[in-house]
Design a protein around this ligand. Structure first.
Ligand SMILES: *Cc1c(COP(=O)(O)O)cnc(C)c1O
Length: 405
């Protein structure tokens, strides 16, 4: 999955361009930087590669979500609908703007169940935030029609699905805004970094200012910038952007390798009739960073995961149901609203209410699901070995289950 598997001369060359001038900051120092503007260049490359009008680089995917929410005017009194299966960053960002994260169930797409979303809409709902988990997409047509019906904002968390498409459009460019993460384990990496993408100029201008203290970036004298609103600092550095520039040029290659390795592994697992696969709303658009598969029951899945651990092939296979980072079941800090500083009583009560709802519909999917991260460096032989080892374990567990039943 991650771009760090392909670190090389291209990244070093881009970094050296910045080291030569010593201008590590993305703004100002126009003369001294001798025409080297890595962050700007990467923003242009993002627009071109993903087909959006505007891109604002920031320091992380989490910062991108917060920046996008501020730019979209999401804040106090607003509810944001998001899935029970995501990364903690998604709800952290909602809380960072003072809004209420309203979690709803996922379905066998591993993303928002549109019916659950519809049931969760209230007069306070401002935004639907699908999270395109594990390289593939939410059912965007269904979500867009809910947004239209209730006049809601669509903000795509596409941090994990760089290069995936839905009906021919890149994920992250379809909603009012979308975000990418370029952290170290994402499809392409800057070490740390993120982007807000949008086709709306107002959202872009707000993101550009917000991520740099509200500076209006209108003139060439940075010190004379005015502040049309209060901002924050989520800037990316030139060093990080330089790495990203090298990586974005490799994206097509990464995606081609992922797709090839994904198909090869899937073909092996598909020989087991009890395995089903994640439903993908637009299968050709899958970026194939993961292969997500399901077994008939939680008991069987747990036994397979345990056996994979014994056999030493668990690394790279994720059983999200027990995972502290990605699934609501283990988010005790959220369920108890443990924060370092005080939240308003109103927000605290709402957070705890929404985090402690019944997610048995999500449990029914997530307890049977394993996602296998697709390696970029795997050889055909390694895929075969890995796939066959997985198949053998699953068959063994299935036969034991049949015997004990
Ligand atoms: C990685 C990730 C983020 C946050 O990105 P960082 O760059 O690590 O802050 C947000 N949402 C999802 C779904 C992610 O996987």
């Amino acid at each position: 999955m991650p771009g760090f598997e392909f670190w090389g001369a291209e990244e070093r060359k881009q970094l050296n361009d910045v080291m030569e001038t010593g201008i590590l900051m993305r703004y100002g120092f126009d003369g001294a930087r001798k025409g080297v503007w890595k962050a700007k260049e990467l923003e242009e490359a993002i627009c071109k590669t993903f087909g959006c009008k505007h891109a604002q680089l920031v320091s992380s995917g989490t910062a991108a979500l917060t920046t996008a929410m501020c730019a979209l005017g999401i804040g106090y009194g607003d509810e944001v609908i998001l899935p029970s299966f995501t990364f903690v960053a998604s709800f952290e960002a909602v809380l960072s703007v003072g809004a209420v994260p309203v979690f709803v169930d996922v379905d066998d797409t591993l993303t928002l169940n549109p019916d659950a979303v519809r049931n969760a809409v209230t007069s306070k709902t401002k935004c639907i935030m699908p999270v395109h988990m594990c390289g593939s997409m939410a059912d965007l047509d269904a979500l867009q029609s809910i947004c239209r019906e209730h006049k809601l904002i669509l903000l795509e968390d596409a941090c994990q699905s760089i290069g995936a498409t839905y009906k021919g459009k890149m994920l992250g460019t379809i909603g009012d805004a979308g975000t990418f993460s370029f952290d170290f384990v994402k499809t392409i990496t800057c070490a740390e970094g993120g982007a807000v993408m949008t086709n709306r100029e107002d959202i872009f201008t707000a993101s550009d200012g917000y991520s740099d203290h509200g500076h209006d970036h209108k003139g060439t004298d940075r010190g004379a910038d005015l502040h049309p609103f209060i901002g924050y600092n989520y800037r990316i550095s030139e060093l990080h952007a330089a790495v990203g520039l090298a990586q974005i040029k490799k994206l097509d290659d990464f995606l081609a390798i992922q797709k090839k390795n994904h198909v090869a592994l899937k073909n092996i697992l598909a020989t087991v009739p009890e395995i089903s696969f994640r439903r993908i709303p637009d299968p050709v658009g899958d970026s194939c960073t993961f292969l997500s598969w399901m077994l008939p029951t939680e008991e069987i899945t747990r036994a397979v995961v345990a056996e994979m651990k014994v056999e030493g092939i668990l690394p790279g296979n994720f059983y999200w149901f027990d995972n502290n980072w990605h699934y609501i079941r283990k988010w005790d800090h959220l369920k108890n609203s443990v924060t370092l500083n005080a939240l308003s009583d109103e927000l605290k009560t709402a957070v705890m209410h929404h985090a402690n709802k019944d997610f048995s519909a999500s449990d029914a999917i997530m307890s049977r699901c394993v996602s296998t991260a697709i390696g970029l460096l795997w050889t055909d032989e390694q895929i075969k070995q890995k796939g066959e080892a997985m198949v053998n374990i699953i068959k063994k567990v299935m036969s034991e289950q049949t015997v004990s039943a």
